[in-house]
Design a protein around this ligand. Sequence first.
Ligand SMILES: [Zn+2]
Length: 92
Amino acid sequence: MARFYISVEIERRVRTAARNLCGYCLSPQRLVMARLEIEHIIPISKDGTNDESNLWLACPLYNRYKSDKTIGLDPQTSEIVKLFNPRTQVWF
Ligand SMILES: [Zn+2]
């Protein structure tokens, strides 16, 4: 199996679970000019897997910006924090 292979069925389930929204900016697929991408919450390069529990939807802009990051600087506290996880955290 290819390192980045994700079956059509898993992709369909991820898109359904994400309600066809980017998990980060909440842009709906119908308003994004490109197809929302399946992204790895924990990047493969940081030992993430292709398991469904590690996959979510992201707009291409966010996905390129996030790249292989898992932490970031919180602008309000100036602390290094884990990036938002759309599977386990709620964002309004
Ligand atoms: Zn987005």
